[in-house]
Design a protein around this ligand. Structure first.
Ligand SMILES: Cc1cc2nc3c(=O)[nH]c(=O)nc-3n(C[C@H](O)[C@H](O)[C@H](O)COP(=O)(O)OP(=O)(O)OC[C@H]3O[C@@H](n4cnc5c(N)ncnc54)[C@H](O)[C@@H]3O)c2cc1C
Length: 538
């Protein structure tokens, strides 16, 4: 048994853990990520990424690789059998995201399945110096004042003790860490919707030669209902449901029955090799605490949601984004440990809201399963805008003079637009710098960023003072006619309503941390104060 020490130990190499590893590495924090699986997940679960996730990946430096996977979102057609020429569009995906195109430098949504995203994140994390070990299981851990001590077991059965400042539990919905901590959860729990994933190999794509890699075919006839999804080459996934209240069980899905079912769905007698049959139930379950001492829950371990609005992986990556810079700032000594409390304060309302909103969604209705689960009252269903980006954090890591009072401090504060309000994602506007088109989001580096206008030279000087005084990276840009970045068509000014002497302080996760609409007499002091408050140094 050997001993070693790492700043952060991450458990679970799904998208949540891999994103945490890569984002910490962006902030130059080394981590050890352990995964009990022996290799990257080869089947697509999460398939589409929202623009907010694409922005996080753009900031991480893997935007081009993700964009190279595909253009557009996955679509689905409905057919009586796979070999039939009759078909209709199952879902108008563009309508779901209508009005969102202007909100981001990235497309509103894009197909990039987990099976493609995980290798991209893995390679990037390793390139930046993070260690990722497959075939390695967390067996147990204990936490004490100075850190966490964990016991790992390798494939070889060798054990190793690792000490870490922090443990990130990205170990999924059934992961052990939350249970070991005895943390309670809220939410509906497993929904009474019983799904089977049948992974197979067959020449099924010859019947749908125009099917894009990300596209799916729903087959609907009196004998069989299910969805064909492409995995790679001739591998496919057939997703179907069963009904225990009619006496059906997953054990009835023998390889022979699955082959017959797929042949019926294809409409031809083809050779089929069944690779795996996996049962699954969607689940709405949110941990009541995302932090327990030195342990932080990220992804499905914190907030599991049904996939009906495609939110699980997206929310996982966005939670990792929220946590990584805070953890890095605390490890670097730039922030006090209290900053880490704001991970729960900010992300728990988002996780709960997203999970509840995901009790319903277009795919559920389309599959006719909306009568099976608890559903969501129609008047509670929020616009996709709110789910994707239309909310405001309230925590000590946001300095807001106008913080609205709501009845429930744990409820997510929704907004109807992004205008540079403290706690919201920095609004996107296209700008021009050195003959290049850049988004406001491209101005945010790995530290803090001050954005001001043509009359904001003092803010730019204050940014340098604050960086010097507090020992944190603070860059500054003036956006306007005479600034270093040109607001060519006035989109930035119109969206934010900022005057040329106003300023926004942007956190490393693109969130507006502080807004000041007039130039005070003492901008140096005020900026230092705001930054200190965000970093919990007051
Ligand atoms: C059918 C389906 C469709 C979906 N569609 C979408 C979609 O379109 N969009 C979307 O955003 N989301 C979607 N999701 C949800 C998405 O897949 C999950 O939310 C996401 O994968 C969660 O990632 P994670 O990293 O938190 O957890 P996981 O991907 O579950 O990863 C957890 C990892 O931890 C490992 N682990 C567990 N215990 C240990 C241990 N003791 N030691 C070491 N490793 C351990 C596990 O092996 C696992 O690899 C879908 C899910 C399903 C099932």
């Amino acid at each position: 048994m050997s001993d070693r020490r790492v700043p952060v130990l991450i458990v679970g190499a799904g998208v949540g853990g891999l994103a945490t590893s890569a984002l910490l590495a962006k902030h130059r924090i080394p981590s050890l990520l352990v995964e009990k699986r022996r290799e990257v997940f080869i089947y697509p679960k999460a398939r589409n990424l929202s623009f907010r996730t694409l922005e996080v990946l753009r900031g991480l430096g893997v935007g081009d690789e993700v964009r190279a996977v595909a253009a557009g979102v996955s679509s689905m057609v409905v057919k009586p059998t796979l070999n039939s020429t009759d078909q209709r569009q199952a879902l108008d995906v563009d309508a779901l995201f209508s009005g969102m195109a202007e909100l981001s430098p990235e497309p509103a949504a894009q197909y990039c399945p987990q099976s493609k995203l995980e290798p991209i994140l893995l390679a990037h994390a390793r390139k930046l110096g993070s260690e990722v070990r497959y075939g390695t299981e967390l067996l147990s851990f204990e936490q004490h004042d100075s850190g966490v001590t964990a016991v790992l077991r390798y494939d070889s059965n060798d054990l190793e003790t690792v000490r870490a400042d922090f443990l990130v539990a990205a170990d999924g919905v059934h992961g052990p860490v939350r249970q070991m901590l005895g943390l309670t959860t809220s939410g509906y729990g497993p929904l009474p919707i019983y799904v089977v994933f049948v992974y197979f190999r067959a020449p099924w794509r010859t019947f749908v030669p125009d099917l894009g890699d990300g596209d799916a075919v729903q087959v609907e006839n009196p004998s069989v209902q299910g969805i064909f999804v492409s995995v790679s080459d001739d591998r496919g996934m057939f997703i179907t449901t069963y009904y225990p209240d009619k006496g059906e069980t997953v054990t009835q899905f023998t390889p022979q029955r699955c082959s017959e079912m797929i042949r019926t769905a294809v409409g031809e007698d083809i050779d089929i090799e069944i690779l795996q049959v996996a049962p699954w139930q969607p689940c709405e379950q949110v941990a009541d605490q995302f932090r327990c001492g030195r342990v932080f829950l990220v992804g499905d371990s914190a907030h599991t949601m049904p996939p009906f609005k495609g939110g699980g992986a997206n929310t996982a990556i966005q939670s990792a984004h929220n946590l990584a810079w805070k953890m890095a700032a605390v490890i670097d000594g730039a922030a006090e440990p209290a900053l880490l409390d704001t991970f729960h304060t900010e992300r728990h309302p988002v996780g709960s809201f997203s999970a509840r909103q995901s009790l319903t969604g277009p795919t559920l209705k389309m599959l006719g399963l909306d009568r099976e689960g608890p559903g969501l009252p129609a008047d509670e269903e929020a616009p996709m805008f709110n789910l994707l980006i239309g909310y405001r954090y309230r925590s000590t890591a946001v300095v807001a003079a106008d913080e609205p009072i709501t009845a429930d401090p744990n409820a997510l504060l929704l907004v109807d637009g992004l205008r540079g309000q403290p706690g919201t994602r920095l609004p996107h506007a296209w700008l021009r710098r050195d003959d290049h088109r850049v988004s406001t989001l491209d101005l945010v580096g790995h530290g803090f960023t001050v954005l001001t206008g043509d009359a904001g030279a003092k803010w730019c000087a204050s940014a340098a003072v604050a960086a010097d005084t507090l020992g944190v990276p603070v860059s500054a840009h003036s956006i306007g006619v005479d600034g270093d970045v040109a607001d060519v068509d006035g989109q930035w000014a119109a969206t934010t309503g900022l005057t040329p002497e106003a300023a926004l302080l942007i956190r490393p996760d693109d969130v507006v941390g502080w807004r000041v609409d007039t130039l005070p007499k003492d901008p140096d002091r005020q900026l230092c104060q705001a930054l200190s408050a965000i970093l919990a140094r007051t």
